[in-house]
Design a protein around this ligand. Structure first.
Ligand code: ASP
Ligand code: MG
Length: 406
């Protein structure tokens, strides 16, 4: 018998009617004879409101209580979804993260899953009961509730699909699939039928908000077949698959952008071995991800200027870490800028085709867009530009790489 995980994002379970609508998608799977585990997000907007509440209690909330509060949106919806299914005559029960349990480490606010005990849930699934799981939450050390980072319900769904050896993980959302670019910015963007894990990983980490990045990583590592589809329509979405399943490889599959970026520059850092470690070590200890990095040796060769990017939400924390470690790093000055965006072209075909970067630089130059930082991987080229050029850059590149819909 086929087993499926169905995950419903915040807009798909935003109110009672939508939860009832989502329950019909679950019923359809049950009627097809599938064993179903459902993962739900909080109603859209609820997690943000809960975060605001914690902030009203003081400037830096205790991470453990922060998680206790912000995990409740998912708990509510798991119960409501189980009730909606029961009302349709389908046996169902809700599961909080700790009841399964989904074990995590103790990094509150962005915990990592360390293991899932599926034994109890297996029994229920085999007995024909739908398991409705609260996304985004887990059980950390000392019996504390943890959360998995923003968008973490995707991670719950993929991790569960892996642990339960599900045949497929359907991610229901408010868009009907993965597009060549953000359709709100590029009206000529096209829906992709298939995209590879690697491309999706790049696109997700580059700010295409369809799937949480870590969930794509996990799907790739555990070969979980993922489909992104709309909960408001009845048609296939985009499949996220391994490269050998994609026959016609595009050179460029998509153009992504991210405004969740901030740039930090350290001027005149002592140019000696160990200096990069002294900068990025403390940042990583503070669980701050650094993304693009450029280093320039200064004119006299004794010092180096270092520019790098962090998530915009992490900027204040990063600046604090670097200020606290100023003596050890030995830099002269630090500056930061929130007004930047990262634009990227992504495609597995880049591995075997030259000239992709050159077309990008040329297209941006023709529009008078200055490139501040460049970074590349095997299947991606990213540039950092002033935020006000985001739309222009994305649209121009979409056209240049022949992605515009006819
Ligand atoms: N509700 C959480 C968030 O808004 C998790 C999720 O929806 O995936 O980030
Ligand atoms: Mg989401």
């Amino acid at each position: 018998m086929a087993r499926i995980v169905q995950k419903f994002g915040g807009t798909s379970v935003a109110d009672v009617d939508r939860i009832k609508n989502a329950a019909l998608k679950v019923k359809a799977a049950v009627d097809r004879g599938q064993e179903v585990a459902v993962v739900v997000s909080a109603m859209s907007g609820v997690t943000n409101s809960l975060i605001e509440l914690t902030q009203k209690m003081g400037p830096l909330p205790d991470g453990r209580e922060y998680d206790a509060v912000i995990s409740t949106g998912e708990s509510t919806n798991a119960g409501l979804m189980a009730l909606a299914l029961q009302a349709l005559g389908i046996p169902a029960r809700s599961w909080a993260g700790w009841q399964i349990p989904i074990h995590t480490d103790g990094v509150h606010g962005k915990a990592r899953i360390t293991g899932i005990d599926t034994a109890e849930m297996e029994k229920c699934l085999k007995a024909g009961e739908v398991a409705v799981v609260a996304g985004f939450q887990g059980l950390g050390p000392n019996n504390r509730i943890t959360t998995l980072g923003r968008g973490g319900s995707d991670l719950t769904a993929v991790a569960l699909a892996g642990a339960l050896k599900a045949d497929q993980c359907d991610i229901f959302t408010d868009v009907d699939g993965v597009y060549t670019s953000d359709p709100r910015i590029v009206p000529k963007a096209r829906k992709l039928d298939k995209v590879t894990y690697e491309e999706m990983l790049e696109m997700a980490s580059l700010g295409s908000k369809v799937l949480q990045t870590r969930s794509v990583e996990l799907a790739m590592n555990h070969k979980v077949r993922v489909q992104v589809l709309s909960s408001f329509e009845d048609k296939p979405g985009t499949f996220i698959v391994s490269e050998d399943e994609v026959v016609e490889k595009q050179i460029v599959s998509g153009i992504s952008h991210s405004r969740d970026e901030a740039k930090i520059t350290l001027l005149r850092v002592a140019d000696r071995p160990g200096v990069a470690a002294s900068i990025f070590g403390p940042l990583s200890d503070a669980a701050i991800n650094v993304d693009m990095i450029v280093q320039n040796v200064s004119e006299d060769g004794k010092a180096t200027d270092l520019t790098f990017t962090v998530g915009r939400a992490d900027l204040d924390a990063a600046v604090k870490v670097l200020t606290d470690n100023k003596a050890n790093i030995a830099y002269e000055k630090m500056s930061s800028d929130r007004g930047v965006a990262k634009i990227s072209v992504v495609g597995v075909g880049m591995r075997s085709h030259a000239g992709v970067a050159q077309s990008m630089f040329k297209a941006l130059a023709e529009k008078g867009i200055n490139i501040q930082v460049i970074s590349t991987s095997e299947i991606k080229i990213s540039v950092l530009v002033a935020e006000e050029y985001t739309e222009l850059a994305v649209r121009s590149l979409h056209t240049v790489y022949g992605l515009d819909a006819a």
